[in-house]
Design a protein around this ligand. Structure first.
Ligand code: ASP
Length: 589
């Protein structure tokens, strides 16, 4: 037998038992001729004590030659530690193992970096030795949680009659607003597959196929500039159903998340989640991904200043501008110095300065104090809910103000709301516009993807007011981060064609790219819709990490490279030839 126990499970109850452990050596040390080391595996760590009298001389000198991270097998007896050496912090801290035999299974080079210093290590080096990082950090636990969570999702969906289907990876473009990764076809020279940006079209075709309920833990590929915390390949929990409406999908998603999160993380989730319309989200929170952990809502206070004597504000209102801001209850944490900082930030970001009023009991502080009417103060007081509050506000053109308020809010959050751990606040955002205008390309584009259904009452607006059309889409946001989205789809060919036309796709091009979908829509496509949740991000939030890389075993760098395998790399000339590819080695401009 290779091992009888794992390194995290022995305790006092095992005292006197013979055991065999396997693992990596952790901090080997010599205490006056007695060799101590810890043996470590995924499950924990156990202390091993080797005294010279238990071994032949050559055996003991071999033990002395062992270095950290060597792989060993230890056969020995469990012994209770003397009281003063008990370590209450580890589950195995009451015992140690006294070996009769220590076998060196493999040696290891000294590690290229100290794992405890991993945060400071340059990314390329870190990813090159990803397996060492996995071995010695919480990555293993993150991957474990991810696997357990996915298992619960599957369990839930299968119990609700969903069928898990694998859709093609070598396929044709399925646009989600990013560039496609392409793969040459050797058997069809000059032709290319695209890797799926999502299984979107296939899942819709499965609905036409009568599958009724589909899901997949699906890998998606998007060739984007990896600015933020993105990966060129990532995983979605992808779902599609027939004969449903928005509420059915929303409620299914809530029940699924509640089930999987409670089972995996033992965190209680209250459902249903709140909803907010896109317009209201922008107006109250300045973004379509509200973070409900932060109790800051923007309020339009233009009407309060309608009669103001403050010239700068009056001028702005007369020009059609607005005054908007937010209240910070318990405002004592914002000092005069902070106000100065915020004012500077506003000016540096193109604003004309910060307005503020501090209310502390009956005392009022404000650069505008002299000009504030008692009624104005009275009205401001109705907005606040604590003894010591501060109102920050800006005046100007609506869109610009929202952008600036977001900048200020960020400052305030970093100053005040620093403890946001372990709270999970979900919200649905609904009622999105169907199209948005892209001024660079001078055309409309789909806000979600072009298969999203418009609302019934807007269908007549394709020609007259595409920008005013609303979609049947919904996004789900957790703690200010979009974790997924979906929609009811178009199931009528004519409407699908209208959407293609509106986003500037010529009829021949639409036919060439999506003819197979248009055809399927002519064969009795049922009403259908679905959702996809970003698994990497969801796990990141649930395990409390800051980056999705901490939830992916082998992520890529910001430039889309893999320092471990050196992908992407050159390929054999022969392979290029067979694929009829000539590489233009001249630097791309
Ligand atoms: N395919 C969409 C996406 O990847 C999700 C959906 O509409 O179901 O964002």
């Amino acid at each position: 037998m290779m091992r009888t126990h794992r390194c995290g499970e022995l305790n006092r109850k095992y005292a006197g038992k013979k055991v065999i452990l396997c693992g990596w050596v952790n901090s080997i040390r010599d205490h006056g001729g007695v060799i101590f080391f810890d043996i470590r595996d995924r499950y924990g760590i156990t202390q091993i004590v080797c005294s010279p009298e238990n071994f032949k001389e050559d055996e003991f000198s071999r033990i002395k030659s062992i270095r950290d991270e060597w792989v060993v097998r230890v056969e020995g007896t469990v012994r209770e530690r003397p009281i003063d050496t008990i370590n209450p912090k580890t589950p195995t801290g009451e015992i140690e193992v006294v070996p009769e035999k220590v076998e060196i299974i493999n040696t290891s080079l000294p590690l290229p970096f100290e794992i405890s210093e991993i945060e400071k290590i340059e990314e390329t080096l870190k990813l090159k030795y990803r397996y060492l990082h996995i071995r010695k950090s919480r990555l293993t636990e993150n991957l474990n949680k991810r696997a357990l969570f996915t298992y619960r999702i599957r369990e839930f969906l299968i119990s609700e009659d969903f069928i898990e289907v694998e859709t093609p990876i070598l396929t044709k473009s399925t646009p989600e607003g990013a560039r496609d990764f392409i793969v040459p076809s050797r058997l069809n020279p000059g032709k290319f597959y695209a890797l799926p940006q999502s299984p979107q079209i296939f899942k819709q075709l499965l609905m036409v196929g009568g599958l009724d309920r589909y899901f997949q833990v699906a890998r998606c590929f998007r060739d984007e500039d990896l600015r933020a915390d993105r990966q060129p390949e990532f995983t979605q929990i992808d779902i599609e159903l027939s004969f449903i409406n928005e509420d059915d999908i929303i409620s299914l998603t809530e029940r699924m998340l509640k089930y999987a999160i409670e089972k995996t993380f033992n965190i209680q989730i209250e459902i249903p989640f709140p909803h907010i319309s896109y317009d209201e989200a922008i107006s109250k929170y300045g973004v379509d991904t509200p973070d409900l952990r932060i109790p800051i809502e923007y309020i339009d206070i233009t009407s309060i200043f309608q009669q103001t004597e403050i010239k700068i504000l009056r001028d702005i209102i007369e020009k059609g501008g607005i005054i908007k801001g937010f209240v910070i209850n318990k405002g004592e944490k914002i000092s005069l110095k902070d106000i100065e900082n915020i004012d500077r930030i506003v000016r540096e970001t193109g604003g004309s300065g910060l307005g503020w009023i501090r209310l502390k009991g009956d005392d009022i502080q404000s650069p505008f104090k002299k000009f504030l009417f008692p009624e104005t103060i009275q009205k401001i007081k109705t907005l606040i809910s604590s003894e010591n509050s501060i109102v920050l506000f800006l005046a100007g053109e609506q869109k610009k103000i929202t952008g600036l308020l977001n900048v200020i809010k960020k400052y305030v959050i970093e100053k005040i709301f620093t403890d946001r751990t372990n709270v999970f606040k979900f919200i649905w955002v609904t009622n999105f516009p169907l199209f948005e205008y892209n001024p660079e390309e001078k055309r409309f584009q789909a806000v979600h993807h072009p298969f999203t259904s418009p609302r019934e009452e807007d269908i007549s607006k394709f020609k007259t007011d595409p920008g005013g059309m609303r979609s049947r889409a919904y996004d789900i946001v957790l703690n200010g981060i979009e974790i997924g989205g979906g929609s009811i789809r178009i199931n009528k060919k004519e409407i699908q064609e209208e959407v293609f036309k509106t986003i500037g796709l010529k009829q021949e091009d639409a036919q060439e790219r999506f003819g197979f979908l248009l055809r399927a829509l002519e064969y009795g496509a049922p009403p259908h819709g679905g959702i996809a949740l970003g698994l990497d991000r969801l796990i990141m939030l649930l395990v409390g990490e800051e980056s999705i890389r901490e939830t992916i075993a082998f992520p890529k760098t910001q430039k889309g490279t893999c320092p471990l395998t050196d992908a992407p790399s050159d390929v054999e000339q022969q392979l290029l030839k067979e694929n009829r590819i000539k590489v233009d080695t001249e630097k791309l401009k």
